[in-house]
Design a protein around this ligand. Structure first.
Ligand code: 11C
Length: 344
């Protein structure tokens, strides 16, 4: 059967991508209900070659429209305020924001990694979508943990400006234009703490008391929750002038006594759902943002055993932040929920 599907934040970067991914994955939509703030209400979005008018987000819209599945992609404060009205109207909420992620009653799901956690949705009506940098990381950690058992993960990220939404992407483009017009010294700096064009910024989100940033601690806490493991994770999250694919450099330390076989690692990654291995350094083949952008795969490469310790492997991954890191994961959660939990 088909479902009445609402997308809250329908005109944002992730909301727009949810429509594209639903089209591509043949999401069983009966009625499509795009929703946004009063400012964007009345505009139109396209879905399967038809135009749909964006409705205003109100407390009653979910009940009035008989919403059954609601994707929330409009920021934490909107989810905090409005998700409950969707749940009260009988919908399952798939929330893209960080608001509910660490609530012990709310499942935090990457469908390739912990699909069974979706079953916990009945407790609150909400399923949380993890942070983008966490999603693409756990997709490769899961097969490696199954293979050898992970003891510790050290990760540095190279995160695209799309993580800050449309305004982040527009700011990078504008600053590049200003650079070519010899105006970079007077460019506007708004979406990020510093100029992002021709720069890298080793801060994403606010500072925490322990010296890490909030983004870095999301990668620690969300990874442990999704994988049901408490292995150590240390992250350094860096914003780079890339439009919409995050990259990550990982060092994974396995349990004591493990002797890493790079071929086994490569096989485990190759055989995992939605991962693609590109790993041919002599021929200059490895994952890069220009490869992953606009795709639904996470690409892994530069796989190598540590020079000193036999239980350590290093590798690099990339994934489209707006898709794999947000919209595609949310739509995949929706499809899994339909398969597992809806009363069809
Ligand atoms: C960034 N990871 O790249 C952030 C964006 O917790 O959903 C996503 C924030 C979140 O800026």
């Amino acid at each position: 059967r088909k479902f009445n599907v609402a997308v809250v934040g329908a005109t944002g970067a992730v909301g727009e991508e949810v429509f594209r991914v639903m089209e591509e994955l043949n999401f069983p939509v009966n009625k499509l209900i795009p929703i946004a703030s009063a400012r964007s209400a009345g505009s139109t979005i396209e879905f399967l070659n038809k135009e749909f008018t964006v409705l205003e987000l109100t407390e009653t819209v979910f009940e009035e429209q008989e919403v059954e599945i609601a994707f929330f992609c409009a920021g934490g404060s909107i989810s905090e305020k409005f998700a409950k009205f969707a749940v009260e109207a009988g919908a399952v909420v798939i929330d893209n924001t960080s608001h509910f992620r660490m609530d012990p009653k709310v499942p935090l799901v990457v469908p390739e990694v912990n699909p069974d956690d979706i079953g916990l949705w009945r407790e609150t009506g909400i399923i949380a979508n993890p942070n983008c940098s966490t999603i693409q990381m756990v997709q490769s950690l899961k097969p490696l943990d199954d293979l050898y058992g992970i003891k510790r993960v050290d990760v540095s990220t190279y995160q695209a400006v799309s993580g800050a939404g449309k305004s982040g992407m527009e700011e990078l483009v504008k600053q590049m234009q200003d650079f070519f017009a010899f105006r970079l010294d007077e460019t506007e700096i708004k979406a990020f703490a510093h100029q992002i064009a021709l720069n890298v910024i080793p801060q994403i989100d606010v500072a925490m008391e322990n010296g890490f940033t909030k983004e870095e601690m999301k990668m620690v806490n969300e990874t442990q929750k999704i994988m049901h493991k408490n292995f150590e994770v240390a992250a350094t999250c860096v914003r780079v002038p890339v439009l919409r694919s995050h990259s990550e450099s990982l060092t994974v330390t396995f349990k004591d006594g493990v002797d890493v076989d790079v071929n086994e690692v490569r096989n485990a990654l190759e055989n995992f759902e939605n991962l693609k291995v590109i790993d041919d350094l002599p021929n200059k083949k490895y994952p890069m943002p220009i490869i992953s952008t606009d795709t639904d795969f996470t690409y892994v490469g530069r796989i190598r055993k540590d020079v000193y310790a036999s239980n350590i492997v290093h590798y690099f991954n990339v994934a489209d932040q707006v898709r794999v890191g947000a919209a595609t994961n949310a739509v995949r959660i929706g499809l899994k929920w339909i398969e597992m939990e809806s009363d069809i």
